[in-house]
Design a protein around this ligand. Structure first.
Ligand SMILES: [Zn+2]
Length: 416
């Protein structure tokens, strides 16, 4: 009975979900440089209006988090996570519309944050509201984690919540970050910084080819060998093989570059920053390079360390050191976890397509929950082209379906 009421009400009131998404878009919450106060207050007043108890917590008052709970203290406990900050709109002349218009067309909702990830946030808020309104006796509870610091590192958001124990006792977590409708993200690579440092001997620039030791040229030689780090592979257990195969298939479909499927199970090393030298007329005695190293699941970091040392040795230069602390490992949730199976079943039913659990090549806040041993997935509405770019939008059908998939899955997991 209650399940039917919730599903029918969600259908009847889908305009409410569309409007909620649009309302969130019209609140500018850029990070960096903007303020999160207005959007956080909006979320709080939405929860108040729904009769859901909530609290604001923060380590940095500029980036508050909102927590809420519906259901009983006992039983299966599910966290719904979303961020309300957005990346800046950037060059306004590149937009075909006002990035904060929130306009609803016959097919789309327009604006910065539609896909990343206010439509997802709207979906989880709407699902919680309906669960509360139904008055259902849940065999467990739904906990809301809304954060406002994700787009610039996230230390005041999900990481902090997890460190402070706010996620303790959870049995599952759904992060409503954008995915394609046919993919559930159940794992990801770990992102780490490798810093290579080269030391030389200063001299007057006019004598550069005769005297001194140029630290920039030394490091350039080492960096020629960076490609060898890409040969280091992850390791997967038997029950991770299906998700690995799905991930490779998705990567080659989406990215359309020959060999790109290897991004999933190989280390990638991107030299992102190089700094060295003081003045044009001085032989530089110091240079450093910052390399973004992405670790696949199960990688042996000792092997990676050996490869870095071999890369330095093979360059033939001396006086090069490196610094790395492999603290962000690849992480994953088992395919048979209840949250994975619930979202898969309902997404396949609503969309009428195969939905594949897979690992992503990037990383996200999901890792903080997985590090606590909580089975965590990402599944959310999106049109990926506009994310962190111009003319961001989302399909109304995606928003409506994601909302329904959340509701059906929560009903399944909470015994309705
Ligand atoms: Zn996001």
């Amino acid at each position: 009975m209650t399940r039917e009421w919730i599903i029918n009400t969600a259908k009847e009131r889908e305009q409410e979900l569309i409007k909620l998404t649009s309302d969130l878009i019209r609140i500018k919450s850029e990070n960096p440089t903007g303020t999160q106060r207005e959007v956080v207050d909006f979320v709080k007043s939405y929860l108040s209006g729904a009769g859901i108890e909530h609290e604001e917590v923060s380590v940095n008052p500029e980036y508050p988090c909102v927590l809420a709970k519906v259901g009983s203290d006992e039983g299966f406990s599910i966290i719904l996570n979303g961020h309300v900050d957005v990346v800046p709109a950037g060059d306004l002349s590149r937009w075909n519309y006002d990035p904060y218009c929130g306009t609803v067309t016959d097919k789309l909702i327009l604006g910065r944050g539609t896909s990343d990830m206010k439509a997802g946030v709207a979906g989880i808020l709407f699902a919680m509201k309906l669960l509360k309104e139904s008055g259902a006796k849940l065999k467990g509870n739904v906990r809301l984690h809304i954060v406002s610091d994700e787009e610039t590192g996230g230390e005041f958001g999900t990481k902090w919540l997890c460190d402070e124990g706010y996620a303790d006792g959870a049995d599952a977590c759904l992060v409503a970050e954008p995915t394609s409708n046919s993919t559930i993200e159940i794992g990801q690579k770990g992102s780490n910084a490798l810093i290579l440092k080269s030391y030389g001997m200063p001299a007057h620039g006019s004598l550069g080819n005769y005297k001194g030791e140029n630290a920039i040229l030394k490091l350039a030689k080492v960096l020629e060998g960076i490609g060898r780090l890409h040969n280091v592979k992850g390791r997967y257990s038997k029950d991770q093989e299906e998700a690995l195969a799905n991930s490779k298939f998705i990567a080659s479909q989406k990215l359309q570059v020959k060999g790109i499927e290897n991004v999933i199970d190989h280390v990638t090393a991107n030299v992102g920053i190089i700094k060295g030298g003081t003045k044009l007329n001085m032989v530089p005695d110091y240079c450093e390079a910052h390399v973004d190293i992405r670790l696949p699941i199960g990688v042996d970091t000792d092997e990676l360390d050996r490869e870095i040392m071999a890369m330095i040795a093979e360059s033939g230069v001396s006086g090069v050191e490196y610094e790395a602390d492999w603290k962000n490992k690849g992480n994953s949730t088992p395919m048979d976890a209840a949250i994975v199976q619930a979202i898969k079943k309902n997404a396949e039913k609503i969309w009428g397509i195969d939905v594949l659990p897979a690992y992503q090549w990037a990383s996200s806040d999901a890792k903080h929950y997985r590090n606590l041993g909580i089975p965590t997935i990402q599944y959310g509405p999106s049109n990926t082209e506009g994310i962190h770019s111009y003319n961001e939008n989302v399909d109304i059908e995606d928003v409506r379906n994601a909302g329904m998939i959340y509701i059906l899955s929560l009903c399944d997991l909470l015994g309705l």
